[in-house]
Ligand binder design. Sequence first.
Ligand code: KG4
Ligand code: ZN
Length: 344
Amino acid sequence: MRVLGIETSCDETGVAIYDEERGLLANQLYTQIALHADYGGVVPELASRDHIRKTAPLIDAALKEAGLTAADIDGVAYTAGPGLIGALLVGSTIARSLAYAWNVPAIGIHHMEGHLLAPMLDSHRPDFPFLALLVSGGHTQLVKVEGVGQYQVIGESIDDAAGEAFDKTAKLLGLDYPGGAALARLASDGHAGRFAFPRPMTDRPGLDFSFSGLKTFAANTINKLVKQEGELSAQSKADIAYAFQEAVVDTLAIKCKRALQQTGYKRLVIAGGVSANQQLRENLAQMMKKLGGEVFYPPPQFCTDNGAMIAYAGMLRLAKGQHSGLALDIKPRWPMSELPAIEG
Ligand code: KG4
Ligand code: ZN
């Protein structure tokens, strides 16, 4: 089975083709970051309009990259949620129309299932069951994964997502949106021990997260320093970035350890945009080594939004005979626990 996957839930247009036997045959990505940068965040209406412009050309490019024609495609997968409603509508309408025209099935995929399965695009893949830490711009979740579609969210953020906290703090430090990766680069020049940020919600039982306080802590630290130093020095910015990143990474690691103890699982998957963070990877790799377990990540280009993860999840479900109806069924909000399981 060969599946075309289309991702348009936020500010990346991703189109890919995944073949059940041969693996990934094409991967096309267009990022709208420059379009939204002036506004300091994603402008939903601009995102929808840009997806309209970019999706069809990317589909052509993906077919060309794979050396295929429309007749070679056995099914179409699209992100049906969660995400921006207008952006989701663009991808799902195009996907559904193509599937109808090509007389092949279509399936709506949960964006976070796409992230969660992205490590399967690597040669070093985890077996089920595993614990997944999903850390993106919109979500921070700990998920007990028993199989495809067998998901139990056992912890999540009660306010800002980890990526959102990175982006907001990056903005306070004068970095462009989305500043997560730039903040991480800045942190590599920072000194340990100058600032002590809190580890939110680690002093009480449970697996939920709260990251909005860290952004406020960063804002207060900056204000205090500005009063002392005037303009923030480059070193002060780097030191704040270091302390902030260390606090987020530590907090995520503490909760992962707790969740692993609770589930008894030995495999940890980290996915979503923040899983590209080097500090997080190193910290969790060390922790898993001590615990006698193993950690898995998606290849770097599949940590952030992409079409490959949607094509892959779609292939798994379509191959088992699942598909969506003709009506558009996008879900801007969509609990993962509602997904149907697939066998085998
Ligand atoms: O998964 P993703 O592409 O989009 C959503 O589904 O939200 O994640 C984007 C998020 C942004 O908040 C971005 O700043 C963050 O991932 N991010 C990072 C890094 N690379 C991307 N955060 C920290 N360190 C990084 N290296
Ligand atoms: Zn995402």
